[in-house]
Design a protein around this ligand. Sequence first.
Ligand code: NAI
Ligand code: MG
Length: 353
Amino acid sequence: MTTLKVAVIPGDGIGWEVVPEGLKVLEAVGRKHGLDYAFTEYDWGCERFHKTGRLMPEDGLERLKESDAIFLGAVGFPGVPDHVSLWGLLIPIRREMHQYVNLRPVRMMKGMKCPLANRGPEDIDFWVIRENNEGEYSEIGGRLNRGTDREMAIQETVMTRHGTDRIMRYAFDLCRRVGKQKVTSATKSNGIIHTMPFWDERFEAIAAEYPDLKTDKYHIDILTAHFVLHPDWFDVVVGSNLFGDILSDLGPAVAGSIGIAPSANINPEGDYPSMFEPVHGSAPDIAGKGIANPIGQIWSGAMMLEHLGHQAAADDIVKAIETVLEGAGPKTPDIGGQATTKDLGDAIVEALK
Ligand code: NAI
Ligand code: MG
């Protein structure tokens, strides 16, 4: 029996509804594959902020470092400004744990309805790799003359050679590893004239290390259009923190529902735990109704097991998700059914048997 130490942070909103389904599926697949877990649940999030003034305790990051992986729901809820909640929990974890890769598969599963006409699973199957530690999401900048007509705000983008090269190498390595052919770079070097030409230069330099792979680059504006018009063009897409964030919501929406999309925040060196979470947020509009789609969370659990070296168990989860989506099983409202979060979770557990 292998015991995996997993820190569990449901966070806010539907995080509390989908995380239990994720855990249930992890337990079920664990029984089949000889995996055991030591889950430590943390009640960190906006409610805690209201009570204590902090989203997580001061030694929160230290506590997380003791785990093999972090399993997170979503963070942010009305009542706490989004930049406060994000920078109070999610972003510190990503940065302190050097999770510089945000890996987001965009895959249309069989059984999903595609919002694009005449497109199917064979057309939509690629990866978005988002730089997760620097870029546009920086703390450098400030505001002056608040509330006056001279008010101003400045935010500096930070791109380092170290940070840029490592995310690009990760993208090229992944492309080889999953047997794909092409890496596409998301840029905007026509309008953003310092950081983005630098990004382009580094992309060319790193691409030269991988002569067996094809490359492509598009400005982010037309790239979003191509995601909709030509999703079949893409294998691996690498983008800065902001561009990758946008593309990795657009991708899953094109593939059928944001509710099924998983993501991994990875520290490839394994010096720190990596974190696994659905792409979606806390969905305040449906929180408490028990109708959130748990598949994004459950699939994130599969990515966690894969990262920890349990490929067969991970594959089993993905297969069970596909079985349920393809069959006549329960579907939550976002994918055209009337089932509850729990019904869908139960069906996936059943499909694992
Ligand atoms: P959201 O992803 O929470 O919701 C967008 C839309 O998608 C809503 O209509 C929602 O009902 C729907 N949706 C999301 N997940 C779903 C699921 N599993 N099943 C069915 N429908 C689902 O994004 P929004 O509204 O921009 O953000 C809400 C809060 O979440 C904010 O506080 C935001 O900062 C936070 N957020 C947190 C993220 C994280 O923790 N990684 C990521 C994105 C947003
Ligand atoms: Mg996002």
